[in-house]
Design a binder for this molecule. Structure first.
Ligand code: DON
Length: 331
């Protein structure tokens, strides 16, 4: 690392970081062929497996972006963080924690087995499908569009534009959603759902189909890194308590059943989705050394070739490399 660079947000240091990140993206792009694009939602198979892009936005506004940063993709499971935040803002933390737990499962995101085998009182956490569908059922509104609205409102406030739904992905997911319907019926039978099953599932499929870019994910990440405040204005966009809980859930449950390894080897809160997106964030660090993004940053990654757990194969390697180089780990 460059020594003595007390202010990283200068043209020179920015160029220096940019060159490094460009090299790392080129290096890890060569490994994308080790992963595979998701195929259980037919249209996701059309993604280009060679794509790899990253955007990093610091609390002070510094930006580094590299690779395939302009490709739009659907947010998928990353939306579970936002729906949980919105539900907590609407209903309050106590209400939501009565309905969904905060424990990792160590199972696949769409597992139904543990719900029945362990006779749980409530779904394990809001970032697996059973928990996310339960959370979505608590959102206020009588139609899927009404339930989706506060999620889009929050995103609009953070991003500065209202994101669109990818209708083709929505329809493809809706028409191939047997597993989620099975989870939904199980939740209905056990009394977890608070809204009509079809409206809940329609909302869930829509929230997964919101289209974003790596810049959008980095903007969401930096607000979370900043405990829910807009880094530019200091305005509270998400209450601090809710933001902290969301970050704890991302750290413990955000990378499916690879969350433990991600915490151990990368060490920052993150949430992935099956289209290859990852939102991650580094909180401010207290260190004597000069480190890039020392005041915290949000990171968005896109790499649709996935590993066997459903996380972006090259995206995770890239994040691990950057976290090591810049000492981002919170531990
Ligand atoms: O539930 C599904 O199948 C997807 N729409 C979301 C999946 C995903 O990104 C994995 N999540 N943890």
């Amino acid at each position: 690392m460059v020594q003595g660079a007390a202010n990283w947000n200068t043209e020179q240091t920015q160029e220096w970081l940019q060159n490094y990140v460009d090299d790392w993206v080129s290096f890890y792009r060569k490994q994308t062929d080790e992963g595979e694009v998701a195929s259980y939602i037919p249209i996701l198979q059309e993604a280009n497996p060679d794509h790899l892009g990253i955007s990093i936005i610091g609390k002070d506004g510094m930006k580094v972006r590299s690779g395939d940063t302009e490709i739009p993709f659907t947010i998928q499971s990353i939306s579970k963080v936002l729906s949980f935040i919105v539900a907590c803002m609407e209903k309050g933390l106590a209400y939501m924690l009565d309905r969904v737990d905060v424990e990792p499962t160590g199972e696949a995101f769409n597992s139904i087995m543990h719900l029945e085998m362990r006779k749980v009182q409530k779904p394990f956490n809001p970032l697996i499908n059973a928990g996310a569908i339960t959370v979505t059922s608590t959102l206020e509104g009588n139609t899927s569009d009404e339930k989706l609205k506060p999620i889009l409102d929050l995103m609009e406030t953070i991003l500065g534009y209202r994101p669109a739904l990818n209708v083709e992905v929505y329809e493809s997911e809706r028409d191939s959603s047997m597993r989620n319907r099975a989870i939904g019926y199980y939740l209905l039978e056990t009394g977890f759902l608070e809204s009509d099953l079809n409206i809940t599932l329609e909302t869930y499929f829509k929230q997964c189909s919101i289209e974003v870019t790596v810049d959008d994910l980095a903007k969401i990440g930096v607000v979370l890194a900043n405990d829910g405040e807009d880094p530019k204005t200091g305005e509270e966009l998400i209450p601090r308590k809710i933001t902290r809980l969301a970050k704890a859930l991302m750290l413990t449950c955000g990378m499916y059943d690879a969350s433990g390894k991600f915490a151990a080897y990368v060490g920052i809160p993150a949430k992935s989705g099956v289209s290859g997106g990852i939102v991650a964030l580094a909180p401010p660090r207290v260190r004597d050394e000069d480190l890039p993004f020392i005041n915290g940053c949000g990171i968005g990654v896109y790499g649709p070739a996935l590993d066997d757990k459903g996380n972006s194969y090259a995206g995770i390697k890239l994040l691990r490399h950057i976290a090591k180089q810049w000492d981002l780990s919170i531990f």
